[in-house]
Design a protein around this ligand. Structure first.
Ligand code: ATR
Length: 269
């Protein structure tokens, strides 16, 4: 039997086990997906122990996405983003950031062309993965963050790589969004609350709006966006496609996307 898993702290409420195990069943793979909560002090031992035990792959979540970086061989995208959410144990532990591919694939699933200008709200881990993913596609990146210095560092980093990027205060959203065709909320604003990170009058029907928040699935931002006729992509799509990408890296076979989507949504709803 092949063993895959998730390391983080806490991981008790993760939706990854049912999503991945639905895929194993659909593809007739003799595999299980289990969760582990190592302490920060034992993280390096946990990674080498997993390797020694023949665990095939691990997802990595909060608070270890950056901490594991020196313990793996990161691929170029993960190295640039500075965070890992997927480890594949091959001849060495290889590190990937499937959050970035997840954002791209979630947009593609909705037939949104990745061109033009994006406004990304937030400059944390999810914001970094989103900015790098969209910049790679040639999208102009505008990052707005509560702590301006984090937005500025990310934009400077992208500029040094030759990408079009700028940094902004949150109160500039009203001047940025009218000229944008993509909007992604990567902050936690809207999680279990009726708050939106974006003033409703700024939204328009030429926008594709993605929200990284998935509790609730229809956030205040997405409700407002739906009401003005924008295309809405809820947080479960990002979650789904980071998992799809990890499954494909680990197994080398095409993921049963519909089955994974159904399992994930059944678990979230
Ligand atoms: P993640 O890895 O999920 O992106 P993170 O690195 O902690 O988590 O980043 C959280 C993001 O949400 C940051 O952009 C944070 O803004 P700061 O950099 O100013 O901390 C943003 N965020 C969290 N709570 C917020 C709030 N109440 N209003 C605006 N932004 C908020």
């Amino acid at each position: 039997m092949d063993v895959y898993g998730l390391i983080g702290n806490p991981v008790g409420h993760s939706v990854s086990p049912p999503m991945h195990e639905a895929a194993y069943e659909e593809c007739d793979l003799d595999a299980r997906y289990v969760t582990f909560e190592p302490s920060e002090d034992s993280l390096a031992q946990a990674i080498s122990g997993a390797d020694a035990l023949g665990i095939r792959g691990l997802n990595v979540t909060i608070p270890y996405k950056q901490t594991v970086l020196p313990m793996v061989e990161p691929d170029p995208v993960a190295a640039r983003i500075g965070a890992i959410n997927t480890i594949a144990f091959n001849s060495t532990p290889e590190g990937y950031n499937t959050d970035a591919a997840g954002v791209r694939r979630a947009f593609e699933h909705h037939d949104i062309s990745l061109t033009g200008k994006a406004v990304i709200v937030g400059a944390g881990g999810a914001g970094r993965a989103t900015a790098h993913a969209l910049a790679d596609e040639g999208v102009t990146i505008q990052i707005a963050n509560r702590t301006y210095s984090r937005a500025s560092e990310l934009a400077t980093e992208l500029q040094k790589l030759g990408f079009e990027a700028s940094s902004h205060e949150l109160d500039e959203l009203s001047t940025l969004i009218p000229g944008a065709n993509l909007l992604v909320n990567t902050t936690s604003v809207g999680m279990d609350s009726a708050k939106s990170p974006v003033p409703r009058p700024d939204l328009h029907d030429d926008l594709a709006v993605m929200d990284a928040v998935y509790t609730p699935l229809e956030t205040k931002l997405l409700k407002d966006a739906r009401e003005v006729g924008a295309t809405c992509i809820d947080g479960a799509w990002m979650l789904l496609y980071q998992g799809v990408e990890a499954f494909e890296i680990w197994t080398g076979i095409e993921a049963p996307i519909e089955v994974m989507n159904r399992a994930l949504r059944a678990h979230l709803e």
